[in-house]
Design a protein around this ligand. Structure first.
Ligand code: SAH
Length: 255
């Protein structure tokens, strides 16, 4: 897999993608990364990539020509990339999209800046992704988020092949179960007894219940599509109902 970015701030990627799991994965050849500078596809002395919007209004827009020339040029080199643009108007990025993208051979992420892009540039996109309902100053963070979520799924990236299996949103569609490390007792809070028992079957059953409970409490919207037995779903719905009535804490692990 090779991930490439096209942006006016190519230098922001390396510090993040050079460390920890992703840095190791890159050095091990699990994926490759190249940051392209959009200004390399400008032809004026100032290397201009933006211009004022037709019709007036504040701010500047990214001009279409450097974007078209860059994507055309990069697409002509080697395997045709799957081209991803970023915009708050795009489709919401989630784990399922990450899994789909992890099966591509070559990904090209095109990052906006300023007030966004000339609308015609989106003709270059195979898809447009949004991180969520808020506005960032640029697409670079969005690209980093997507690259991180996608590349950690690649075979060999996490070292322990199993670590991506039980995670939140993994195939069962549940949040991850609660986890603990030493000490077994801390500031009056005790680790559930069963986790200290060494009984693998009981631990597995407890984890399944924990995942269901947490999902019902914090993300009841996931219950309908989660992979649950009828009995589990009924229980989850009961917990979610109690949470809605304020009988359980509903706002996430830290609340
Ligand atoms: N004026 C635009 C926002 C432009 S923000 C609007 O109101 O829709 C500048 C760039 O940041 C965008 O082109 C996009 O690449 C990136 N960006 C901003 N918010 C984002 C989000 N929620 N998800 C993904 N990319 C985002």
């Amino acid at each position: 897999m090779i991930c490439e970015t096209l942006s006016v701030f190519p230098e922001v990627f390396e510090p993040y993608l050079g460390v920890s799991v992703l840095g190791r994965a890159r050095r091990a050849g699990v994926f490759d990364f190249v940051a392209h500078d959009l200004r390399d596809w400008t032809h004026d002395r100032h290397r201009t990539v933006d211009d004022a919007p037709f019709g007036g209004g504040q701010g500047m827009l990214m001009k279409p020509e450097p974007l078209f020339e860059a994507v055309d040029d990069l697409s002509a080199r080697g395997t045709r990339p799957h081209v991803v643009f970023f915009s708050p108007c795009g489709r919401r990025f989630d784990q399922r999209v990450a899994e789909r993208l992890s099966r591509e051979e070559r990904l090209l992420f095109v990052c906006g800046r300023y007030e966004g892009m000339d609308e015609r540039a989106y003709a270059l996109a195979d898809e447009v992704l949004s991180l969520g309902d808020y506005v960032l100053t640029g697409g670079e963070l969005a690209a980093l988020v997507v690259i991180d979520a996608v590349c950690r799924l690649l075979p060999g990236a996490l070292g322990d092949e199993m670590s991506a299996v039980d995670e939140s949103f993994s195939p069962a569609g549940l949040l991850e179960y609660a986890q603990y490390t030493r000490p077994a007792s801390y500031r009056g809070m005790d680790v559930p007894e069963v986790l200290l028992s060494g009984d693998h079957a009981r631990v597995a059953a407890w984890r399944r219940q924990s995942a269901i409970e947490r999902t019902a409490l914090w993300r009841p919207d996931l219950i309908d599509t989660a992979d649950l037995t009828d009995e589990e779903r009924a229980r989850a719905q009961k917990i979610a109902l109690r949470a809605r009535r304020g009988e359980e804490r509903p706002d996430g692990p830290a609340s």
